[in-house]
Design a protein around this ligand. Sequence first.
Ligand code: UDX
Length: 441
Amino acid sequence: MRIAMIGGGYVGLVSGACFAEFGTEVAVVETDPAKLAALQAGDIPIYEPGLEAIVRTNTAAGRLTFGADLAAAVRGAQAVFIAVGTPTRRGDGHADLTYVYEAARQIAGVAEDGVVIVTKSTVPVGTGREVARIVRECRPALQFSMASNPEFLREGSAIGDFLRPDRVIIGVEAPGEPQSLAAEQVMRALYRPLYLIETPIVFTGLETAELTKYAANAFLAMKVTFINEMADLCERVGANVHDVARGMGLDQRIGRRFLHPGPGYGGSCFPKDTRALTAIAADAGAPTRLIETTIAINEQRKLAMAERIVALAGGDVAGLRIGVLGLTFKPDTDDMREASSIPIIRALAAQGAEIRAYDPEGMAQAKPLLPEQVQYCAGALEAAEGCDVLVVLTEWNQFRALPPDRLADAMRGRTVADLRNIWDPNAMRDAGFTYSSIGRS
Ligand code: UDX
């Protein structure tokens, strides 16, 4: 099989590389010259564990290629995936579909009969149908079928998520009807290796597939926000949020994952997708008030975290030196999009704190987003050097193993705000710290 992947960003690159790993020939189209040159040279522009190896093997095997020429990639492809960016449009919270529709027009011009056009980016409900309409308008004679195949991978574990997903959702124009048979057959063939590991592959209508993706992300964002609120309550009433989460999560209807409290969710998906879903729902006259509230609570939480640090520091951080461990929105990524560290550090710096920061992968991405005066350090202990307060914002594994006595030696003060609960409260208190974490007393 041969497919084209339009867009070499996170989703396009990971999906392209993984489809190649499944044995398919994949031509990735990337129009940003700098990104393309890097990809062609074997440099992966993002940090994602395992991605580089999989790209290298499949490029060497000739199954994975990168180019700027959409026509060359699409000609002869049995499926064309649209995996271009869908940023939040300014003003109304809707996803900006300019790139998706532009890709649709270009694909229409060059695709061959029998092709399946697939949206892979997360797109608003109705986009698949609109893409199909645009293609038909541009080239009425082209025989093609339309599919929506949202991607559920998480950054940091993207390869595993793609190769061993919980499920695959595939929307087609008319499920089970002759006009969508080609789409169903091609998609089944592409995901063939997953049938061997008994992954549920669910065929639905286009709109259902599109909405499923938003519903899943919104639900997870809500789950995280729920446990964050429970954590705040735990602190007030002397309960332990981890035990509450475990006790709740052992109920299989709830499930244990995504009940880890923290400084608010971030990343490229939850904030964008929750905003897009509320905009879609409001337009459709069926507002999703739970999600609207989730968004508001999460925004507020990031600022509340800065206030918590200030309170811990005695009510005033002016002139204090604050060490920050972790900047990215979660570990095992260099992604800084919507990271809680941004509003938290901005607030602390605005109140006159001196900030020393360390992140294993995210510092280059962080620099343009954080105040100029932030000092970047070569390691965690260096960031802690001479600090009055130490703050943990991302739960990188390497921070878990830092010996409390080494931290104490490095620091000037003894205050620690562990906003990801990576350390044991007793061990930290034994080491002489005033230790504050989330949802446990
Ligand atoms: C998410 C979805 O999980 C994935 O299915 C979708 O395709 C894209 O969006 P990702 O953005 O990579 O993936 O990160 P995820 O691991 O889901 O974490 C999102 C945010 O929630 C992070 O800021 C993380 O720190 C936070 N989080 C997650 C918590 O605070 N607690 C948790 O228990 C889980």
